[in-house]
Design a protein around this ligand. Structure first.
Ligand code: ZN
Length: 138
């Protein structure tokens, strides 16, 4: 893709710090020009966060339950049942993760194709830099 360029660079140095010292570091990345960022196709949403939450929910539920257990004990002086707290927070997090994944799925399936079609039909004016779809009211 034009406007996108991969780069890698080595920064290195040789110095004398009482004994010879040689240092080096790799720098890699993607650099994108501002114009290509503006004119880039619409990105799809990533499932990463939802999946991460889904797989980490048992661990997170344990942490949440632990915190709620301690707070309830300190503030209210009552003892809640830890297992119940863990179960409730586990299901809460699972539902949250599934809702997140469904939202991403719905966006990628229903909204993104329309955005991508608009992008395919759009033109960039070299004179004023405006991005427009010919024939549309915009
Ligand atoms: Zn123009």
């Amino acid at each position: 893709m034009s406007g996108l360029s991969q780069f890698s660079a080595v920064t290195g140095g040789i110095g004398w710090t009482g004994s010879p010292a040689i240092g080096g570091a790799w720098t890699t990345g993607t650099s994108q020009t501002q114009l290509s960022a503006i004119a880039a196709p619409p990105p799809k949403k990533s499932y990463r966060n939802g999946l991460l939450l889904l797989f980490l929910s048992p661990l997170l539920a344990a942490i949440v339950a632990e915190a709620a257990f301690l707070i309830a004990q300190r503030v209210f002086g009552t003892t809640l049942i830890y297992e119940h707290l863990a179960t409730i927070s586990f299901f809460g997090l699972e539902i949250g993760a599934i809702a997140l994944l469904l939202r991403v799925f719905a966006f990628n399936k229903n909204i993104w194709p329309r955005l991508f079609r608009d992008w395919q039909m759009s033109f960039l004016c070299r004179r004023c830099g405006r991005i427009f779809i010919p024939g549309s009211a915009l």
